[in-house]
Ligand binder design. Structure first.
Ligand code: ADP
Length: 193
């Protein structure tokens, strides 16, 4: 199995690259942000709870997020591997993910962070907000809050996998094709061991 974590601040291009990687490596893409948006749209109790956090740029509590993620992974026993996008965002989530994958006998192969500067991120997300209608993408204060949450609560996850010698960083600025090519080079090297 090829299990990857696509890492990086909000708006760094994880979703775009994940879609390309799914095709190349035949993986199942799990985006916790997309899962939450689906729950919100279908007005489930989980969605209602998540919305109150998401709209103000905070993280949804670990217990909710981890449960949802476990269910999604368990729903794909046939998978040849997973791309985790937007998860794990806390150390508790990383520990839960490692425990889940240990059960399956196939740990994380690599975490790859897309590096993009703060001001570029704010511009990208505002543009996405206009196109997508996402509430959390339309308010600059909420966008900056999410960048801060990423720096304070989520970057420790990079260090966590770095201790396992699995963390990598690539430049997230350039054309989609250039960034995809850097990602593939890195993944192919990790697969080759
Ligand atoms: P972005 O990366 O652009 O902020 P996402 O779609 O990944 O967007 O996530 C949107 C929101 O959903 C986050 O700001 C957060 O509130 C919530 N969320 C997504 N993934 C997680 C997670 N792993 N843990 C907690 N909250 C999450």
């Amino acid at each position: 199995m090829i299990n990857l974590i696509l890492f990086g601040p909000p708006g760094s291009g994880k979703g775009t690259q994940a879609a390309n990687l799914v095709e190349r490596y035949h993986l199942v893409h799990i985006s916790t942000g997309d899962l939450f948006r689906h729950e919100i749209k279908t007005e489930t109790p989980l969605g209602l709870e998540a919305k109150s956090y998401i709209d103000r740029g905070a993280l949804v509590p670990d217990s909710v997020t981890i449960g949802m993620l476990n269910n999604k992974v368990d729903a794909h026993p046939e998978a040849q591997g997973f791309i985790f996008d937007g998860f794990p965002r806390t150390i508790a989530q990383a520990e839960a993910l490692d425990a889940l994958l240990k059960e399956k006998g196939s740990p994380i192969l690599a975490l790859i962070a897309l590096q993009v500067g703060d001001e570029e991120i704010v511009e990208r997300i505002k543009k996405r907000g206009i196109e997508s209608g996402r509430v959390d993408d339309q308010n600059e204060e909420v966008i900056r809050k999410r960048i801060n949450v990423y720096k304070q609560e989520t970057t420790p996850v990079y260090d966590y996998y770095n201790l396992q010698h699995k963390s990598h960083t690539i430049k997230g600025v350039g054309t989609v094709e250039e960034i995809f090519s850097s990602l593939c080079t890195l993944i192919d090297a990790a697969v080759a061991g």
